[in-house]
Design a binder for this molecule. Structure first.
Ligand SMILES: O=C([O-])CC(=O)C(=O)O
Ligand SMILES: [Mg+2]
Length: 228
């Protein structure tokens, strides 16, 4: 217990090399033209936003947990780390509030999301279970000139499943930051998950996920089953 608490604190500190531990994780859903095309759904008129708890962070060396009787999908995403407190900022100013980036996996329990949709209930159990937010090391802001032109890829057991540029996003990074800031104050260390491109799919116990962002970072996570 004590050691898992220590490792959780250590992993949260890892992302926050740059600042204090992030207060929240904000996700955008269905934000890629390629994914909307695959799912045969229209582009959303406004960003679709959800929250993940910071207890879902894991770092390289930790393992993604999948309940035995449920299905969990991988989603590779660009993570934007907020650098300065902001509220109701314009799209024109939004990039000024970025402190840096990370590569992230928005692990999603689609069994729980399916149940929630049937009951018109919130998505929380599908998005914010422990281990649902694997992240890379912090990437300094200067390393990425344009967050809307970043190449993401993901391999499942060595096979490429996702490969796309963030230029395929429906709402740009600045549109997402500005939109979210109309509703909630964004604070240093908060993480914005910008959505996942085409090719999302399920993981199974003992699978290995490897993903990368430009030539800046790669990360690998394995998967294990836990009791449902
Ligand atoms: O999991 C979902 O349903 C949608 C999502 O996060 C994404 O498109 O990135
Ligand atoms: Mg996602």
């Amino acid at each position: 217990m004590a050691s898992s608490l220590v490792s959780k604190m250590a992993s949260r500190a890892h992302l926050s090399n740059f600042s204090e531990v992030g207060r929240k994780i904000v996700g955008a859903a269905l934000n890629y033209k390629s994914l909307a095309h695959d799912l045969k759904v229209p582009h959303p008129a406004k960003p679709i936003i959800f929250l993940k708890a910071t207890s879902s962070y894991i770092n390289v060396g930790q393992v993604i947990e999948v309940p035995k009787a449920e299905t969990v999908n991988y989603e590779v995403e660009l993570g934007v780390v907020i650098g300065k407190k902001c509220k109701r900022i314009s799209e024109a100013n939004a990039l000024d509030y970025i402190g840096g980036y990370c590569l992230a996996l928005d692990m999603t329990n689609v069994t729980q999301i399916g149940n929630a949709k049937k009951m018109s209930a919130p998505w929380d159990l599908g998005k914010t279970f422990d281990t649902a937010c694997p992240v890379s090391k912090f990437i300094p802001k200067e390393s990425i000139k344009n967050p809307d032109d970043v190449k993401l890829w993901l391999k499942l057991n060595g096979n490429v499943k996702q490969e796309e540029s963030t230029s395929d996003m429906i709402f740009s990074t600045s549109q997402l930051i500005s939109y979210v800031s109309q509703f909630m104050t964004l604070e240093p260390g908060d993480l914005l998950l910008t959505g996942s491109p085409s090719g999302v799919g399920p993981v199974r116990p003992n699978d290995v996920l490897e993903c990368g962002l430009n030539d800046l970072v790669t990360m690998t996570f394995s998967v294990r089953a836990v009791e449902s």
